[in-house]
Design a protein around this ligand. Sequence first.
Ligand code: KG4
Ligand code: ZN
Length: 339
Amino acid sequence: MKVLGLETSCDETGLAIFDSEAQHSSNQGLLGQVLYSQIELHATYGGVVPELASRDHIRKLVPLFDELLAQCKIDKSEIDAIAYTKGPGLIGALMTGALFGRTLAYALDVPAIGVHHMEGHLLAPLMGANAPAFPFVSLLVSGGHTQLIAAHGIGQYEILGESIDDAAGECFDKAAKMLGLPYPGGPNIAKLAETGNPNAYDLPRPMLHRGLDFSFSGMKTAVHNLIKDTKGADSDPYVRADIAASFQHAVVDTLVKKCVKALKQSGMQRLVIAGGVSANQHLRETLETALRKIGASVHYAPPALCTDNGAMIAYAGYQRLQAGMCDDLAVSCVPRWPL
Ligand code: KG4
Ligand code: ZN
């Protein structure tokens, strides 16, 4: 079964085709994928401008679709189903992908299904041959979410804990901005941190002893004060690298400790990390070490499938269709939608 996935919830136009018959091949069932980022378009405004995002998705969807078909060497008549991001996200941006997907599905006379963006992230590490089995604990860490979830099966998700304020990715982005680094902050902080000392500055580990919830807003203030005290935004490159490394270490340490706690509390032995921040190498390595000590394992997707992309939507759509789920012809998007 070949499923076209469409991701247009924010500032990336992502399209991919997942082929369930190729799932055990080296490309994890991905026939091909294309991704266009609008980062440059929004850069001068200091954030994503919703109207511009929608217009750019509309401009790109058809040419990217043609590019994808050429890359996959298939004709559109070979597509068996279409999955699109139904929410959460920017309503106008979501509508472009939903309308494109629905219309194409109608023209090709194939089923279409709306997918929850965070379910796409959550299931992405399951693509391919070595997928961890259910049940598992999932740490969803993106620009908008930080959640610990007990995943019992497709569509059976129980929230164990979540951020009461900012998401971890948002915190990376804000810290980067304070250090004068461009968006997205995560990869830029990680790069700068490579040459820094993670123990140079002692930053807070918020809510460590309070359940499985997170709080990252205090971390922003702590970084702000540290930059002010050290004149880190415009001075010594070594100081800046130390700030980046200490910040990254504090966030990672907090996430890892909560993951260990969630595994112990739920009695589960597998952890799946997903979302943009799960691409972070320091997070991956620290989790590997911590989980080895308690006899648990950690699973994640290749970096390109951690951040927003069409492949995760194609795969989540495929799983839902396999479970007998399908949407009617109505185009409905949900900008705010709990998992
Ligand atoms: O999942 P994603 O692409 O979009 C959302 O659904 O939000 O996540 C984007 C977030 C951004 O905040 C970005 O800074 C962060 O993921 N991110 C990283 C890394 N790569 C992306 N954070 C830390 N380390 C990284 N290597
Ligand atoms: Zn995302």
